[in-house]
Design a protein around this ligand. Structure first.
Ligand code: GLV
Ligand code: MN
Ligand code: MN
Length: 404
């Protein structure tokens, strides 16, 4: 099996015909089909699939726990109408690298595992990297079990419906202790590699980032009869906040996005009684991120005051700054340089499970060129030749880390 064969079997799963994007939300039918694909692919490579207590999938080459394992993979879930590559490229490349090592008759000196972490995007339950956070103890399991999706279904109920025992979710020190190194290959979510004419790069670190929920509460009223002066329009307070966030981000040389908004009651002819909006904010360092979110919160308070609206802001998730393990980074750079290409070192504003694992084990990332830089969109793309270069790079790295 090569990259294309593995990739093409996954491609139709969870694809929305109208948008061309993917809707692979954790523990839904599409996710279950992705999980079945994972187990089938693993089995055809002679790997045994385990689902851990937190819903992360592991395909083992060698006996877990016999030695410190070399782990590689990413995630299979998507944002709403996400692209085909964010996550799946890392899992498919991991399987393709194992297939390559098998074809070379490579004998690993320690176990190799392919992993697919659950709910990396937080698209269903709101907290990104939920599977890796649970496993490493970065989120309280009782809090996680009670997270709700847009229909009010809890994580616990979704896992139970999928045949998992949610009561067992939580820190898994035994499994974490079995990991000697984690390498996550991922499509680049920017254009740095394209600018450098490099097909593959190495992750330097991840910007600190998080999600905040803002609730604006006004009063519903008739759109055709309520005088402007009498309105308490939650939409206006939110709209002013969204514009201020853009200015604050520019002033702080950082990023702020409102990509998800729910307006109530949601009638074209009624003034908006409430807006629930999610702020995604990212910056190069934590002090700047604090300053950015502080400014946006203050702008929201002032806008709410001007429009006679109440406002509350609450942090829903946070990921501190990550600097990937320098020894692993240098080792990967040495392997790839010996293969003939000196890989650039790239920081990223995107979150990854490797960033969560980095708090507990040596972790690193490989990025594959994205010619347009577009991601979290059906237009996300990487050329096949670059994906194959990524597989070759990952194969060389795994051979080095798992070799004698
Ligand atoms: C994950 O893709 C994130 O950075 O939100
Ligand atoms: Mn993503
Ligand atoms: Mn991803």
């Amino acid at each position: 099996m090569n990259f294309t064969t593995i990739w093409e079997r996954l491609l139709p799963i969870g694809r929305n015909e109208r948008s061309g994007g993917y809707r692979r939300y954790s523990w839904t039918e599409a996710d279950m089909a992705c999980r079945a694909w994972f187990a089938r692919t693993a089995s055809s490579l002679g790997l045994r699939t385990d689902c851990d207590r937190n819903g992360n999938l592991w395909a083992w080459w060698g006996r877990p726990g016999s030695e410190q394992a070399v782990v590689t993979g990413s995630h299979l879930d998507s944002v709403p109408d996400g692209g085909a590559f964010d996550g799946p490229l890392g899992v498919v490349s991991a399987f393709a690298a194992v297939a390559e090592l098998r074809a070379l008759d490579f004998q690993p000196a320690r176990p190799i595992a392919v992993v697919a972490f659950a709910e990396e995007e937080g698209a269903r339950f709101g907290v990104a990297c939920l599977g890796s956070r649970l496993m490493t103890g970065a989120i309280d399991p009782a809090t996680a079990r009670e997270l709700r999706d847009g229909d009010g279904v809890s994580l616990a109920d979704a896992m139970t419906a999928a045949g998992r025992n949610a009561a067992l979710a939580g820190p898994d020190d035994e499994l974490v202790g079995q990991i000697g190194a984690l390498v996550e290959l991922h499509i680049e979510q920017g254009r740095a590699l394209d600018g450098l004419s490099a097909p593959v790069g190495i992750g330097a670190g991840i910007w600190p980032h998080g999600r905040w929920r803002l609730d604006f509460t006004g009063r519903a009223d008739h759109a055709g009869t309520t005088r402007l002066a009498d309105r308490r329009d939650a939409m206006l307070a939110f709209a002013a906040t969204a514009l201020s966030a853009r200015d604050a981000a520019a002033e702080c040389a950082s990023l702020a996005t409102f990509g998800k908004v729910v307006a109530e009651p949601g009638a074209a002819n009624a003034i908006c009684s409430a807006v629930h909006a999610w702020l995604d904010a990212r910056a190069a360092d934590e002090a700047t991120l604090d300053r950015l979110v502080g400014r946006i919160g203050e702008a929201a308070r002032q806008a709410a005051g001007r429009h006679g609206v109440l406002m509350e802001i609450n942090r829903e998730s946070f990921s501190p700054a990550v600097s990937f393990d320098p020894v692993l980074r240098d080792r990967m750079a040495g392997v790839l340089s010996a293969e003939g290409s000196v890989p650039p070192l790239l920081p990223t504003g995107a979150g990854h499970d490797a960033g969560v694992l980095a708090a507990r084990v040596p972790a690193g990332m490989l990025f594959v060129r994205n010619p347009t830089g577009v991601s979290h969109s059906p237009a996300e793309h990487a050329e096949l030749a670059d994906c194959e270069t990524g597989v070759a790079a990952l194969t060389a790295v795994l051979a080095d880390l798992a070799g004698r």
